[in-house]
Ligand binder design. Sequence first.
Ligand code: PNW
Length: 489
Amino acid sequence: SVKTERHEPRKFPDGFRFGTATASYQVEGAWNVDGKSENIWDRLSHTQPCVINNCDTGDVADNSYYNYKRDVEMMRELGLDFYRFSISWSRLLPTSFPDHINREAVHYYNNLIDEMLKYNIEPMVTLYHWDLPQKLQDLGGWTNPNMVDWFTDYCRNIFELFGDRVKTWFTINEPREVCYQGYAGMSKAPNLNISGYAEYHCAKNLLVSHAKVYHMYKNEFNKEGDTIGIVLSSRWCEPESEKHVQAAEDIFQFELGQYAHPIFSNTGDWPAVMKNNIASKSAAQGFYRSRLPEFTPDEVEMVKGSSDFFGLNHYTTNLVYRNESVEGYHASPSYYDDANAILYQPADWVGSYPGTTWLKVVPWGFHKLLNKIREEYNNPPVYITENGCATNPGIMDDSRVSYYMSYLAAMLDAIEEGSDVQLYTAWSLMDNFEWYFGYDDRFGLYEVDYSVEERTRTPRKSAYFYKDLLRTRTLDVHYEPDMSIPMEI
Ligand code: PNW
């Protein structure tokens, strides 16, 4: 098992960078302002409002479209090296296509970027964090192979408009959540519920879109010191016992490997277990071909190596077991039936706050995941692009402080064993629209008051902790902030 209990102050490596992240739909608001058109989250939250807790929407969210100066002020209070935010496609290109560039949107993102640069905070841009224009969804969304061209055109506009000042780019945030939760499942827009099929076509088109944009950037826009890559999410999958080691490996390949293997392995293409399982199950189910679409040899080559770093979002850990004896536990065909394994979290694992449904605090899982990435994908440079936990509203978020301490300690353990982790991003700068959980789950270092129009932001205990961590570049697990001193720049 893996150690995380170290009590002496621990220094981060020289040059290690810290930031926070948000995403456009989760913070911007101004959903129908200045020419922005409808995206899939506008459509979902307006037409099926109560699939979201309290029937919440992102119509106003944190109103960051108007509050960007306060947002940058908070970044300065914390002493961030960088801030990762995303661009709203339907705001920038209201028709979805480059025939009309929305000048108001350009103005907003220019203001945000320039305000950050004024204070030496590096803007890092996510090109797609889940808010697809509704029009493109009507055309099939990510299951339509034309998305490759449409996404490339959209990104070309962004590179032309902001590429003179932005050096770090993330193409797509968490393809697995986009395809699995949105297309196979019903826990993210567009809520399609077509498992065993839609998620694989979505995955292929996303990977090819990502790679096209990567190569376009490298060939036409790259400046010295720039990096561009993808952001993948992964929970750690721990076998329930020795007997289930292979089941945990299979789940790893289906969840993270589905996206990481085509990009970061030596051979490229889907993981072998995906090709084998889906082909044999498809045949047995009466399909004429595998439900997993193939990459052409050219596509395999184009996707392979198409990321300058391994962007990783990590939150929690699950246990895994193989259960082949219970017929129909997973509907067939479906993704988890194809993977042939079952995931769960033991009831006695501690949640990040009472009542949390998925986010159990398991720092050793982070350590094991980083080790696995180092071994499986030739020790790539890793950017931790999200990590954090939820609490209920309130300023005294001791459980968040201890979550950050324990996960940062686990990350330092992996670094000491050779992992090339170069930066760390706390999710999130402030509370925001937490997808199906609405405004119930609070992930912010700053609390946002949703009862007032100004959406006032107030630093939590964890903000004091993060500020001191960044000032000292040292993890001290005995740190206690003095919150009687106001947050200052
Ligand atoms: C992230 N998991 O997704 C998203 O990128 C954020 O937009 C979101 O607000 C944040 O999580 C908090 O929920 C996740 O595998 C992806 O456990 C994967 C996992 C968790 C969250």
